[in-house]
Design a protein around this ligand. Structure first.
Ligand code: ADP
Ligand code: MG
Length: 659
């Protein structure tokens, strides 16, 4: 691997850098080639030092071993291509001792000339033998009516190149040049080379390569290990990923120690009121719910703020757990709040809270974007003087006017939709309040730590009695008509269902068109079924009317875009077909699927997938497969045949994505 040909421009002597030796902490603007404008762009994106710069890792790697043909070259094209070097000619320039070098390159499609008006460095051309395969990297220009390269970078071999995320006009190629230059400069100074954020003992134990070795390798991939690099699992990547987690864990650990230094007040009791509330519910809490409540209670008495994530499938009854936590706070004269992502959900929680808690002396209030100004003033006043025990609402809770007298519990529901800053802002409204987040999305432990900070986790594994798990299947598009037949059978049994369309290319218009077209088609094909259409462009009142009519069984099947969000509750609906399921995120699927399985009837969810053609959708399909299998309680035979089916499609790759 060579470190001195990072630049396609010729230089007198690349080893004699004009810049003073760089250090890792040197500001990027001192890197040669970074002017004030570029410096500003870098700074804006958080790249301030040489270390920041060399730690910009390639997004992926590209195998440039096959590539463009000479006859297809276009003016101004920046290329990296393979060709055969035919000859190197030096042409004297008049009487001077200077020469022009003219290099003829050729491939199966034609020839092209490269001109060098100066020799990049002594012996530059001696490297090449006639008919040698080389790589030329440069820009195609027009010289006296013909396409040529001037001062391209000539490399001896084909290679695998790193691909960087382009940013504000900084191309991947430019990143590569910049990073490689900075790296070579910084490595020239051997004093720098002892730097390594991982302690030696850790490195040895985990058998990891050193910092500079790893950094160098990610920017100069080994062409013989292309696939390892492509999958970001080279020893260098392993080392850098390890480092990131190691530092994160250390950071989180110290943060946790910090949290343990914060104090929460001692509480008198959680006994009587809690018991009364639980006893008055129209159902018995599940063991999962009781365990979660016990975990929370144990946190409360520790004397430090709680930091807990409750994860349980949609419908497992997380809301009740939050309510009981709020009751425990009320019992000690502290306030609580619950923040949720949508108005529908806020209203639903509010109604339930009134239903279950108001009879026990809790004062509950609702705050959303819809709350009128006059109501707000009154609400803020009551909140500030402590008359409200539990405030439920949307993002509106984050407003500056929302001031509590004694906020001690912050609950965030379906919290993956809120950002770190929003959570922090809500927490800041209390003095070290307890913090509870609730989600239906199964989040791996390491990820939850990364995304949500250090949280203790409680899992609720069971659903309230009488509910059977939703039978979920992932199938390909060609089974759509079977899915529809199955739906029809359910409708004939008196059930209702949903067909959901994804957001296509983030465009509500296309989205709507798909749903509308399908709605019209289905109406003609199945005239006996009563179809309804629900989409985002409808007025809120229209949406509500349609939903209510659906609830009242005036329609059998609701064709919908993704607007049926959390909160829609139609127990008689037991089947959902999700089209192009591979385009949804896992949490969204979870949310959607939670619209069924709400009543006594066995419920079904069919994930219909388009054929996977590219890597990304392939990945998502196999992921979906895992997702379905994860919750599948169905016939194992069925699963097997599906697997074979999918495998076959993934292997043949013939099918176009039907979207
Ligand atoms: P999620 O965990 O998805 O937030 P919810 O808290 O919205 O679930 O609960 C779903 C439904 O189940 C609500 O109608 C709720 O009243 C009901 N529910 C909660 N706990 C129980 C229980 N132990 N037994 C029966 N129904 C329950
Ligand atoms: Mg919920």
């Amino acid at each position: 691997m060579s470190f001195n040909r990072f630049d396609s421009k010729p230089r007198v002597n690349p080893n004699k850098g004009k810049t003073p030796p760089l250090e890792l902490k040197t500001q990027v603007q001192y890197v040669k080639g970074v002017g004030p404008a570029l410096g500003e762009i870098l700074a804006k994106n958080g790249i301030r030092t040489v270390k920041d710069l060399i730690e910009i890792f390639p997004r992926t790697y590209e195998d440039r071993r096959s590539g463009v043909k000479i006859k297809d070259l276009k003016l101004d094209q920046l290329v990296s291509m393979k060709a055969q070097l035919i000859k190197v000619q030096s042409i004297p320039l008049g009487r001077t001792s200077r020469k022009i070098y003219d290099i003829t390159l050729q491939d199966s499609s034609g020839q092209i000339h490269c001109k060098f008006f100066r020799v990049p460095y002594k012996g530059y051309f001696d490297r090449f033998k006639p008919f040698q395969d080389i790589r030329v990297v440069g820009k195609v220009i027009d010289y006296r009516g013909r396409l040529e390269f001037h001062h391209p970078d000539l490399r001896d071999q084909d290679e695998v190149i790193p691909v960087y995320v382009e940013m504000e006009g900084i191309s991947s190629f430019k990143w590569q040049k910049l990073i490689r230059f900075a790296l070579s400069e910084v490595m020239k100074n051997t004093d720098n080379l002892s730097y390594d954020p991982l302690p030696k003992s850790v490195r040895e134990k985990a058998q990891l390569t050193g910092y500079f070795n790893a950094i160098k390798s990610v920017h100069y991939p080994d062409k013989n290990k292309y696939s390892e690099y492509l999958e970001l699992r080279s020893p260098a990547h392993r080392r850098l990923i390890f480092e990131e987690f190691f530092l994160l864990e250390t950071f989180l650990f110290s943060k946790k120690l910090g949290l343990q230094k914060e104090n929460s007040p001692p509480y008198k009791s959680f006994g009587e009121l809690k018991k009364k509330v639980i006893g008055s519910l129209p159902f018995q809490l599940t063991n999962g719910q009781l365990n979660a409540i016990a975990d929370i209670e144990a946190d409360f008495v520790k004397g430090h703020p709680m930091h807990r994530l409750i994860q349980g499938d949609v419908g497992c009854g997380k809301t009740l757990v939050a309510f009981v936590a709020a009751v425990m706070m009320k019992e000690n004269n502290y306030q609580s709040c619950i923040m949720v992502p949508t108005e529908i959900l806020a209203e639903q929680h509010y109604k339930n809270a009134i239903n279950y808690l108001a009879g026990h002396g809790l004062t509950i209030a609702l705050l959303t974007g819809k709350t009128k100004a006059s109501e707000r003033r009154d609400l803020f006043e009551r909140l500030a003087n402590g008359q409200i025990d539990l405030l439920i609402g949307t993002h509106a809770l984050l407003e500056d006017d929302v001031v509590f007298k004694s906020l001690s519990l912050v609950v965030i529901d379906e919290q993956h939709r809120f950002g770190v800053n929003q959570r922090a802002k809500l927490k800041a409204k209390g003095a070290s309040p307890h913090f509870l987040v609730m989600t239906a999305t199964p989040i791996p432990r390491t990820l939850s730590m990364t995304v949500f900070g250090d949280l203790d986790v409680t899992l609720i594994k069971e659903l309230p009695p009488g509910r059977t798990p939703i039978q979920t299947r992932a199938v390909f598009q060609n089974k759509m008509s079977q899915a529809l037949d199955f739906m029809k059978q359910q409708v004939e049994k008196g059930r209702q269902g949903y067909i959901v369309f994804p957001l296509v290319e983030e465009s509500e218009k296309i989205d709507l068109k798909n749903a509308t077209a399908e709605f019209e088609r289905l109406k003609t094909e199945f005239p006996k079924i009563r179809w309804a259409l629900l989409h985002g462009k409808m007025k809120p009142t229209e949406k509500e009317e349609t939903m209510n009519a659906f609830k009242n069984k005036e329609f059998d099947i609701l064709v919908s875009t993704t607007v049926i969000e959390v909160g829609v509750d139609v127990p008689n609906a037991n089947i959902m077909v999700i089209e192009h399921a591979e385009r949804f995120g896992l949490s969204q699927l979870h949310q959607l699927r939670g619209r069924v399985g709400r009543g006594e009837h066995k419920s079904f969810c069919i994930l219909v997938m388009g054929y996977a053609v590219n890597e990304e959708s392939k990945e998502r399909v196999s992921f979906m497969r895992g997702y379905a299998a994860d919750v599948l309680t169905a016939d194992p035979k069925l699963e097997k045949s599906d697997n074979a089916f999918i495998k076959q499609h993934l292997q043949t790759k013939k099918h176009a994505d039907l979207g």
